[in-house]
Design a protein around this ligand. Structure first.
Ligand code: ADP
Ligand code: MG
Ligand code: ZN
Length: 485
């Protein structure tokens, strides 16, 4: 990721993230909150907005919204639902129930893994709309032949998390969105799946000459992956700088990100923006969670990613390398930190447990939940002790993940029993005799050919030789040969 702004220019970004809450039912009715079902099957008079229907607030949704507030260190405040009035086919009531000037969560912060802190202005509750699909033509609204509406999503609970304009690079926006997603998942509030629309990001982007006041921002919609977020911010910032440098001015507007074309396009300017005519929702009472409920929610919050990363870092005496920090971040994000911690608790070396989990276990994440940590830790000890080479240990691990079992027995069944010394000497001597050039170089002190020699021994033994033992045997042969000459 690069920020391609010219010298002397600075980027300013604030993100608005919508996340669907992981409740069983919708925000104001008992319809299932489920993704991917047959269209218009999870609907009722309330979420279809039929006359006379009345909303009943989902307690669990309020709880999950409060969890998000606690996780983002917001203050949880008495809040009021408002009607946000606008007209669109996917919103059958012609208004969305949202929170306006009295949101449930205010004034929080999110600390990124690099230690920088982004302010959170608010995180409020609202209902999702239905989903419109434009059929025919380009698939966009203009030029489509007709539109289909699915109301299954209508009334699904959302929390909208609004950051302060504290973000200064596309990389930091990426870090903020991915840390926020990890927090939403770890807290149990949302599944955070951007590809299913559970987490959707709008980016407010402006540029300024360093040290000057904030410039006018544009809001970019339709960012449904972290990659799009980064690309859109970079593109939009470059567009604004070029515009200002050419003597123009940025107008505040909403822009659409076109992933295929790699650019943002104007959707509507502030002057044409809707007047939402907010007013308090008369069918719902104000929401004022008492102290007891708030502390129950705070106490029920599972450990969050930052704390979980600190626990793993602690396994390295608090001084992991940069590569290990990256691995720690990735295992926590993929919810595999308990695998590392579990293996280490059973005696496995931390660095190896982390590396194998971040790579091989993570690559087979569906099976990771069933991985026997005792067997995993014994396998890591076999590898650390040199009884199995890295390639062999990975093969045994793959079997352990697929079918389980005892690592020693699996290694044996794969023919990975360590060869006895006499057998190994014979093979190494034979391979060396077949590679006289390499051997001469090795004797002359060229350590680069060592890998080729070891590789040849591995091939000759179908990977059943132990790399460390081969290295030792080569060294022994070299000092013997040198002693003889
Ligand atoms: P609105 O009420 O129009 O949505 P807000 O003040 O709520 O405006 O801001 C919405 C988002 O825009 C927030 O995430 C905020 O951080 C961001 N934002 C505000 N001003 C700027 C700016 N000059 N540049 C970039 N982002 C901004
Ligand atoms: Mg806004
Ligand atoms: Zn319903």
């Amino acid at each position: 990721m690069t920020d391609r702004l010219p010298e002397g220019w600075e980027l300013v970004v604030g993100l608005e993230v919508h996340c669907e809450l992981a409740t069983a039912t919708k925000l104001f009715c008992g319809c299932p909150n489920a993704f991917g079902e047959e269209p218009n099957t999870n609907v009722c008079p309330v979420c279809l907005g039929l006359p006379g229907s009345l909303p009943v607030l989902n307690r669990r949704a309020v709880e999950l919204a409060m969890r998000i507030g606690v996780a983002l260190r917001c203050s949880i405040e008495p809040s009021v639902f408002h009607r946000k009035n606008y007209f669109y086919p996917d919103m059958p009531k012609d208004f969305q129930i949202s929170q306006y000037d009295a949101p449930i969560n205010r004034g929080g912060r999110l600390e990124l893994p690099d230690g920088s802190v982004i302010g959170v202005e608010r995180a409020h509750l609202e209902e999702d709309t239905g989903k419109t699909t434009h059929v025919g033509g380009t698939g966009r609204i203009g030029g489509a032949d007709y539109a289909l509406v699915d109301y299954n999503r209508s009334g699904v609970p959302l929390v909208e998390i609004v950051s302060a304009p504290d973000i200064r690079s596309s990389a930091q926006a990426h870090a903020y969105a991915s840390e926020l997603r990890a927090i939403l998942v770890a807290s149990g509030a949302s599944d955070g799946r951007m590809e299913e629309g559970s987490m959707r990001v709008d980016a407010n982007v402006s540029v300024r000459r360093t040290g000057e006041p904030f410039g006018t921002r544009c809001e970019i919609k339709n960012l449904n992956s972290l990659r799009s977020l980064v690309r859109a911010i970079e593109h939009e910032a470059a567009r604004q700088v070029a515009l200002v440098q050419a003597g123009g001015t940025v107008v505040q507007e909403t822009r659409h990100w076109d992933e295929g074309e790699g650019r943002t396009l104007s959707m509507r300017s502030k002057e044409e923006a809707n007047d939402y005519r907010y007013f308090p929702e008369p069918d719902l009472v104000p929401l004022a969670p008492d102290e007891r409920w708030r502390s129950e929610v705070a106490a029920s919050l599972p450990p969050l990613p930052a704390g979980r990363r600190a626990v793993l870092a602690g396994l390295f005496g608090g001084s992991p390398t940069q590569a290990q920090l990256d691995q720690i971040r990735s295992v926590v994000t993929s919810d595999l930190d308990r695998v590392v911690a579990g293996a280490v608790a059973k005696g496995a070396p931390a660095a190896l447990a982390l590396a194998r989990t971040a790579n091989e276990v993570a690559a087979n994440a569906e099976r990771a939940a069933d991985l026997d940590l005792d067997g995993f830790s014994r396998l890591l000890l076999l590898e650390a002790g040199g009884e199995l080479g890295a390639t062999q240990a990975k093969a045994v691990l793959s079997e352990l993940l697929e079918r389980g079992g005892d690592p020693t027995a699996i290694a044996k069944s794969m023919g990975f029993e360590s060869m006895d010394e006499g057998e190994l000497r014979e093979v190494v001597a034979r391979v060396v005799a077949e590679l006289p050039e390499e051997w001469d170089k090795f004797l002359a002190g060229d350590s680069k050919v060592q890998g080729a020699l070891i590789g040849a021994v591995m091939r000759a033994t179908s990977n059943s030789a132990n790399g460390k033992a081969v290295t030792e045997e080569l060294a022994r042969m070299r000092s013997e040969a040198r002693g003889a000459s």
